[in-house]
Write a protein that binds this ligand. Structure first.
Ligand code: COA
Length: 196
């Protein structure tokens, strides 16, 4: 059976390790806790809706196959101490164009289960992902997007050194006109080595 269609083989067991977090390829056991997160209205506050189990599984499989194909993606995150799956932190190629943003754009993103918020875990993982993106992938820049009201996510962007570029704020093409979550802010972080 095609390995990309299953959660059997795990191609990269550990990609990035921080003091408290391991960022790695997705595995079978992540699906149930990931679906629980995606069914939590607090976690999905700034997204258009909750995800069903099938939608959540498809999104995990999509992330898994991108990691296989590209060597990077939205990595599953687990606690080093306990091995507990807590969500994802990673990089993704943007699959739509934002006017004014150089292509192909690579986005940093994060989503954690509510029980793990407010402990600095997203920031810790994101810092390591930035190092990986610049040091290993040699990206020129990393962008991040969210809705203006998502202060928690914006704080993570700011704490890892990203700059809000208001002139690049945009209406998300996948969200219908008039929807309250359509407007997005855009943050950028440039690779200091590539830009020197
Ligand atoms: C965004 C998210 C990943 C942050 O994870 P986290 O591990 O709690 O983040 P951190 O602890 O590293 O940092 C959160 C920051 O937001 C701040 N914060 C939290 N709630 C806040 C609030 N209501 N108002 C202002 N700041 C707030 C925290 O104080 C912290 O900043 P500080 O260190 O300067 O005090 C998490 O909240 C989440 O998964 N949210 C749902 C999914 C989501 O929105 N993903 C992002 C989509 S763009």
């Amino acid at each position: 059976m095609c390995p990309l269609c299953t959660f059997g083989p795990v191609y990269f067991t550990t990609l990035i390790t921080t003091g408290r977090v391991i960022l790695r390829q997705w595995k079978d056991g992540d699906l149930a806790p990931f679906a629980a997160m995606n069914a939590d209205a607090a976690v999905r506050e700034f997204f258009p809706g909750l995800l069903t189990k099938d939608e959540s599984d498809a999104s995990a499989r999509g992330a898994q196959s991108k990691i296989v194909q590209r060597g990077f993606g939205l990595f599953a995150a687990e606690l080093r101490d306990t091995g507990e799956f807590i969500g994802f932190i990673g990089l993704d190629r943007m699959d739509f164009v934002i006017p004014g943003v150089p292509q192909p754009a690579v986005e940093i993103g994060w989503r954690l289960a509510r029980a793990h918020w407010g402990k600095g875990l997203a920031t810790e993982g994101a810092r390591a992902v930035v190092q990986f993106g610049f040091g290993t992938l040699h990206l020129e820049e990393i962008v991040a997007i969210t809705v203006p009201a998502n202060i928690r996510s914006r704080r993570v962007m700011e704490k890892i050194g990203m700059m809000h570029v208001p002139e690049l704020d945009f209406d998300h093409p996948r969200i219908p006109a008039g929807h309250p979550l359509r407007r997005h802010v855009l943050y950028v972080l440039k690779n200091p080595v590539r830009c020197a």
